[in-house]
Design a protein around this ligand. Structure first.
Ligand code: MSP
Length: 638
């Protein structure tokens, strides 16, 4: 059993058919932040990431590139490692499934299961999706005329019949259900666990885990015309990377397994929450403590992916905005458990307003004022006045709430909570007008600088997992040496605001992005300009209307079909994707703000003749826009 002060976190291993994109960075960054959060609590961490290098998909891509599969995958590895380095992804091991130790250990895993009877030989006939490397089950099948489509990617599948080895997944159905029941927090968010439970309850069939049609894979032990199914190969990386099945590595394995946190996108939950636990049960190993399932980064309405050609290159963002700003944006503005859209305009907005204004300026003003008044040494003040005591209380409450969200891996909520405190510190600072106090109340001036430094110190330590380089820079300007291992969280929780600071003027922490003219940027979304002119704005017809009807759209999980009354401008049908945020009855009768001159478009079989405007709160819930008191329908918003 893993040691109590050990934290083992994993990312999915990436298919190497191209360079990493922003979606791959997102999964990896979540793991990095999770590991760093444990580090600042004095824990020992092991962070595993890597690449999934076998299977049909890779073999086909290599063939198209005119290369053999091994040199094809080798070619991409430096690109992954470079991006991870640039973004300060502090992984401990980069796993490649073509590694000798992994191959041997997977073969050992198969041999052991052949002996125990959990793997047996038979025949398999089914519809196979090559891009997803998976058979499509009858239940999920989508038949369109002659074609059988993959429910996950929508592409055509092929009917394949082959001799195969099967893993006795059906034998684990009850054990899995009992496990989910005993571990209700096994998956975050909880809805994903419910989906998994329904899937398992619907019945598990034995899983084909070998292929005779794919030669680029691990040779099946004892029967070399078969190769190991790529998911049976890939999932095992989580144990082979820390030594399972390898001579002399048992103690290391025992120190780290079971994993504390396994991170993955919502598209691969079934593999991790059903097959993987069953594979582990079959060799008598404990199951991971938690799976964290994140949503997709979208561009417009589509998932960002290499195959759709809308992938954003993290390298370009890094060069333009720097690692920490992008890290912050991805962690704060994408609600981890939901799908979120990426836009360069939002990223620039967050850098300008939250990083440069709220945080950077607070530091800058404090340092400038302290320097101007010869106060580069800040001593702790024991006799705090009312407003300073109130700020200190806010600080202590914030630390606990922030820690709670971070422990739940809800990083976006943790950051939103921390930002509330940054803004409280800004309000405190401004309300006290220290530039006046410097002239007429030296004591109150010194207390203001001290309290602001204490706040900044707390903020920097807590933000370190998200923006390591910038927060180390901030700490240097406060005269604090950053040093790990150290339980900084415990330190903050018992800290009585008794620090002394030695201030140093430093370079600006965050620069505001320059407004761009026609500069080429990262990707599709990057072409948005930061500013529009008043004439551009005048082109958008914003109008108040009342929702009169609201119906579910059958083909979609998200859409409502609304009928909206615009008074003299008539009635319109408008489709709106807010089903997860509002019930059917909650919108009817409400006045909202709509864009009326958007080009009509078909959504899930219905024409949408406008757009209802919503804002997303920090949890990702859509909040409708409205007017503060009723106006006649059809009134323009200007
Ligand atoms: N090789 C398998 C995983 C095997 S793990 C034992 C695989 N690879 S992948 O490259 O296709 O995807 C890896 C991860 O990247 C998944 O968690 C996936 O959800 C994530 N992302 C890929 N595109 C994404 C977005 N557009 N947004 C967020 N994450 C996405 O599946």
């Amino acid at each position: 059993m893993a040691q109590a002060d050990h934290f083992y976190v994993t990312t999915p291993i990436y298919y190497v058919t191209a360079k990493p994109h922003l979606g791959s960075l997102y999964s990896t960054l979540l793991a990095d932040v999770a590991a760093r959060w444990q580090k600042i609590q004095g824990k020992k961490t092991f962070f595993l990431t890597g690449t999934d290098e076998h299977g049909q998909k890779i073999a086909q891509a290599a063939q198209q590139a005119g290369k053999d599969p091994q040199s094809f995958v080798d070619h991409f590895i430096p690109a992954y490692q470079k991006v991870w380095r640039e973004y300060d992804i502090a992984y401990d091991y980069f796993m490649r499934t073509t590694e000798y130790e992994h191959v041997r250990a997977v073969q050992k895993w198969i041999t052991q299961l052949l002996e125990s009877g959990d793997i047996y030989k038979s025949f398999y006939t089914g519809w196979y999706c090559t891009p997803c490397e998976t058979y499509v089950t009858e239940k999920d099948e989508q038949v369109q005329g002659e074609a059988h489509l993959c429910p996950s990617c929508g592409r055509t599948t092929q009917l394949v019949s082959e001799e195969a080895y099967f893993f006795k997944l059906s034998a684990y159905q009850d054990k899995l259900l009992a496990f989910y029941e005993q571990h209700p927090h096994f998956i975050t968010p909880k809805e994903r666990l419910n989906e998994v439970i329904s899937f398992v309850k619907a019945g598990l069939k034995d899983l084909s885990i070998s292929r005779t049609t794919v030669s680029w894979g691990i040779p099946f032990p004892g029967d070399e015309k078969h190769t190991v199914y790529v998911w049976a190969d890939a999932l095992n990386n989580y144990i082979t990377a820390i030594g399972w099945g390898q001579p002399g590595r048992q103690a290391v394995f025992d120190a780290w397994w079971p994993a504390s946190l396994q991170i993955m996108g919502k598209d691969i939950v079934r593999f991790h929450a059903v097959y993987w636990p069953a594979f582990l049960m079959a060799i008598g190993l404990p199951l991971p403590k938690k799976l964290l399932v994140h949503g997709w980064i979208k561009v417009g309405d589509q998932k960002m992916s290499k195959s759709l050609g809308n992938a954003i290159d993290p390298q370009v963002l890094y060069e333009q905005y720097g690692a920490d700003a992008v890290r912050y944006y991805l962690m704060r503005h994408l609600a981890i458990t939901q799908d979120s859209s990426f836009s360069v305009a939002d990223l620039e907005q967050a850098i300008g307003s939250e990083l440069a204004n709220d945080l950077g300026n607070l530091l800058n003003r404090t340092l400038t004022l302290a320097e101007k008044n010869g106060m580069m040494q800040v001593a702790a003040d024991q006799l705090l006045d009312g407003p300073t005591l109130a700020l200190r209380d806010e600080c202590w409450t914030m630390i606990d709430e922030y820690a709670q969200h971070m422990n739940d891996s809800l990083f976006h909520l943790a950051l939103a909570r921390l930002w509330r405190f940054i803004n409280q510190t800004n309000s405190y600072f401004h309300a006290r007008e220290p530039w006046k106090l410097a002239k007429n109340d030296k004591k109150a001036f010194e207390q203001t600088i001290f309290a602001t430094c204490q706040s900044l110190y707390t903020i920097a330590l807590l933000l370190w997992p998200v923006m390591p380089k910038k927060m180390e820079q901030l700490l240097v300007s406060l005269g604090v040496t950053w040093q790990l291992p150290h339980n900084y969280l415990e330190h903050l929780q018992s800290d009585r605001w008794s620090h002394h600071f030695m201030l140093h003027k430093s370079e600006t922490l965050f620069a505001k992005p320059e407004p761009k003219e026609k500069e080429a940027a990262a990707a599709p979304a990057a072409h948005e300009p930061s500013y529009i002119t008043i004439d551009d704005f005048a082109k958008v017809e914003l109008v108040v209307g009342t929702v009169t009807e609201c119906q579910l759209v059958e083909k979609s999980e998200k859409l409502y079909r609304l009928q909206v009354d615009f008074g003299p401008l008539g009635k319109r049908q408008i489709l709106s994707g807010v089903r997860q945020s509002y019930g059917v009855d909650e919108l009817v009768g409400k006045q909202g703000i709509f864009v009326l001159n958007l080009k009509p478009r078909m959504m899930a079989g219905f024409e949408s003749q406008g757009m209802f405007l919503f804002a997303k709160d920090e949890t990702g819930k859509a909040i409708m826009t409205t007017v503060s008191s009723n106006v006649p329908n059809g009134t323009k918003v200007t």
